[in-house]
Design a protein around this ligand. Structure first.
Ligand code: AMP
Length: 193
């Protein structure tokens, strides 16, 4: 199964992707995680991406399309994958279409987790608090200032991606404000249909 999870930052894409990964035995491909790993490892891509990510902006389409293009060819993605945080621009969505077409692969579902902005800010503040309480390190972009920029980038550049899939009749939506288990159940129901 090849699935795209769309939704604003803090909508629960990571949490739900991890559950779907377990259930369907297909990897969660998070461009955010991959970029953070590149930053940590100090690779050329990481060095280029760090300041943009910390400020809440979007890394170039060229970089993320390159990362995903290579990643979906890995053996563990042979039977499918869950894209989390990609595509984030219409250009990325079109590049993905071209890559899938070229490799004779099809998408099975595009699902958007719908959450309103006010709830998102509260969630991010909570995520930062929980991370500190667990002795972890808070993401550099999980602060109110960078988060507001991430939300602006979402509305300007990523919301049109939902429209793109909607116009193709591919978009499904799930209420991301519901409790986590209810969101999981709604995703399961959509994927079983
Ligand atoms: P995430 O973990 O998905 O919230 O992503 C964290 C940050 O990584 C984003 O705010 C962007 O700076 C960058 N990023 C992740 N995925 C993409 C993407 N598909 N396109 C551009 N930038 C991305």
């Amino acid at each position: 199964m090849r699935l795209i999870l769309l939704g604003p930052p803090g909508a629960g894409k990571g949490t739900q992707s991890a559950r779907l990964e377990q259930k369907y035995g297909i990897p969660q491909l998070s461009t955010g995680d991959m970029l953070r790993a590149a930053v940590k490892a100090g690779t050329p891509i990481g060095l280029q991406a760090k300041a943009i990510m910390d400020a809440g902006g979007l890394v170039s389409d060229e970089i993320v399309v390159g990362i995903i293009g290579a990643r979906i060819q890995e053996p563990d993605a042979k039977n499918g994958f869950i894209l989390d945080g990609f595509p984030r621009t219409v250009a990325q969505a079109k590049a993905l279409d071209a890559m899938l077409h070229e490799r004779h692969m099809e998408l099975n579902a595009v699902i958007e987790l719908v959450v309103d902005d006010k709830a998102l800010l509260a969630r991010i503040e909570n995520r930062a608090r929980e991370t500190v309480a667990a002795g972890g390190t808070v993401r550099a972009d999980d602060n109110p200032e960078a988060f507001k920029k991430r939300l602006i980038a979402y509305h300007e550049l990523t919301a049109p991606v939902s429209e793109y899939y909607k116009s193709q009749g591919e978009l499904r939506t799930v209420d991301g404000m519901a409790p986590i288990d209810d969101v999981t159940a709604a995703l399961d129901a959509l994927l079983a249909a």
